[in-house]
Design a protein around this ligand. Structure first.
Ligand SMILES: *Cc1c(COP(=O)(O)O)cnc(C)c1O
Length: 234
């Protein structure tokens, strides 16, 4: 992808988000753009940063660490870990990211808390919810969600910010909205249970379903393909 195309696709993604917010009757800036850069080279991230993008999402720990090392000179860049997280990788994530969106079990919660360097301040956490109820997908069930949230809230080095989901692909706005509505309701329920918690984040919506997610209250949309183009299979 050339620099010119990247600058156009990033501008298009921003315009698309602005339009979706406006169509939903929500204020400009009510949802922000997370640029999902997995499999894309550090040079492309640098270019997006030069165009004003600050938040980037990565899925694979070693790939992300390599790119972070290459991009260490970029001010105010914010790294979000959004991929499946194995226990043996929690230390790298706790030490090198600001956010984790894919937390779905207690063992991972405890390790991230124990391994988070105090000097970095709290690690922002979204719990990934299995919202489409597929046996194969990761994510905590809606039933187990309040219990897991309670565990995160007892951890001094973690800050529970909200929920994330990756619904199974669906065609059409209303089919796409249904799982996002369930995630929104789950966040509302957690806010009632834990009124002191800083629960302000609904991480939902990707290149194919951003509009549906914004209609249901997404505060962070995670766009990969729409910004950086198609990915080669890894
Ligand atoms: C890859 C990925 C995205 C981006 O998906 P696109 O369809 O390319 O926008 C968003 N969220 C997660 C968790 C991902 O793994």
């Amino acid at each position: 992808m050339t620099d010119l195309i990247l600058s156009e696709s990033l501008a298009n993604a921003r315009a698309r988000l602005d339009e979706a917010l406006s169509a939903a009757g929500r204020p400009a800036g009510a949802a922000r753009l997370l640029a999902v850069s997995k499999t894309k080279p550090a040079a492309m991230i640098r270019k997006a940063w030069q165009l004003g993008q600050r938040e980037f999402g990565e899925n694979y720990v070693q790939e992300a660490l390599d790119k972070q090392a290459e991009l260490a000179d970029l001010d105010a860049i914010v790294w979000h870990f959004i991929g499946p997280l194995q226990s043996n990788k929690t230390r790298d994530v706790a030490e090198h990211f600001s956010w984790v969106h894919s937390v779905d079990r207690e063992r991972i919660v405890r390790r991230l808390n124990d391994q988070r360097p105090e000097a970095l301040g709290p690690l922002d956490i979204c719990l990934q919810v299995n919202i489409s109820d597929e046996a194969s997908k990761s994510g905590v069930s809606l039933d187990a969600l309040p219990g897991l949230a309670e565990v995160v809230l007892t951890m001094p080095r973690l800050r529970l910010r909200g929920l994330m989901a990756i619904p199974s692909p669906a065609e059409g706005l209303s089919a796409q909205r249904a799982p996002f509505a369930r995630l929104r309701e789950a966040l509302e329920d957690l806010r009632e249970r834990f009124p002191e918690a800083p629960l302000d984040t609904l991480s939902m919506g990707m290149s194919a379903d951003l509009e549906a997610a914004v209609l249901e209250g997404a505060t962070m949309v995670r766009l990969g393909t729409a910004i950086f183009g198609e990915r080669q299979t890894r």
